[in-house]
Design a protein around this ligand. Structure first.
Ligand code: HEM
Length: 224
């Protein structure tokens, strides 16, 4: 089946599900604005390896890291790469796993992380880019929709502000360039986050974001 057909097929059901629940995974997330993510997240410490296992078994991060080369851009032998549309503020992925188990593990990873972010938690709480993404998700500045069909996983992220778009765009670069391409998850993207935060795109939320980061940032290897 051609890539365009897959996108159209999954796109229409994606749109349907996104419209239905606002974010993938069927949980009702449209409970309106949170408290701006201002300091009610608990800060557990589930181990200290910094290799992603501290995020909890359900994250599938150790599996994804080990199997990073078993995911391809659909219809090619290339590393999965995000399709970005700055005007639409959208990031789309069509990822083909070499096995159905691999596709399921990735889908579970996205559901696990979505639930964490909507529960006002901070995976990779030492990395400012991930802190900013958590802030954007909790405050509904972007949505994520995920659909799996066999070994294919389509991810659609849509932001409603320029600042949120810059954050999910930078995150997608890390996922493609480090996580998928090399299985490298130890780099810190805080400097990238700081330049986004300093940009005019984030004027409206800079103070609130800086407060959020100062309240939430943890030492490396800790998450919740
Ligand atoms: C410490 C390691 C990791 C953490 C804390 C992490 C966390 C996250 C979070 C918070 C999201 C966004 C979820 C949402 O927007 O609803 C995400 C998305 C994603 N992750 Fe991970 N992840 C990690 C490692 C990996 C690895 C190793 C891979 C693959 C090899 C991977 C693949 C993806 C993909 C494809 C997405 C969706 C695309 C996107 O958000 O642009 N992640 N992850």
């Amino acid at each position: 089946m051609k890539k365009q057909q897959i996108i159209q097929l999954l796109g229409s059901s994606l749109l349907a599900s996104a419209l239905l629940v606002g974010c993938g995974g069927g949980t009702d997330t449209t409970t309106g604005m949170g408290d701006g993510g201002q300091g009610n997240g608990s800060s557990g410490n589930m181990g200290n390896q910094g290799d992603g296992s501290e995020e909890g078994a359900g994250s599938n991060i150790p599996y994804l890291r080990t199997n990073h080369a078993n995911y391809k851009e659909h219809g090619s032998n290339l590393t999965p790469a995000p399709v970005k549309d700055a005007n639409a503020k959208s990031i789309n992925w069509t990822i083909a796993a070499t096995t159905e188990e691999g596709a399921i593990k990735l889908q579970e990873h996205l559901k696990f992380m979505e639930d964490k972010l909507l529960a006002d938690q901070n995976p990779r709480g030492w990395d400012k880019l991930f802190l900013m993404e958590a802030y954007m998700k909790y405050n509904r500045y972007y949505t994520t929709a995920v659909e799996r069909s066999g070994t294919n996983v389509v991810v659609s992220k849509n932001a409603n502000t320029a600042c949120a778009y810059e954050v999910i765009s930078a995150h997608s670069d890390a996922v493609s360039g480090d996580f998928f391409a090399q299985g490298e998850i130890m780099n810190d993207y805080s400097a990238t986050a700081e330049s986004i935060l300093a940009s005019s795109a984030c004027d409206a939320v800079r103070t609130s974001l800086e407060t959020y980061i100062s309240q939430r940032q943890m030492g490396r290897g800790r998450g919740n």
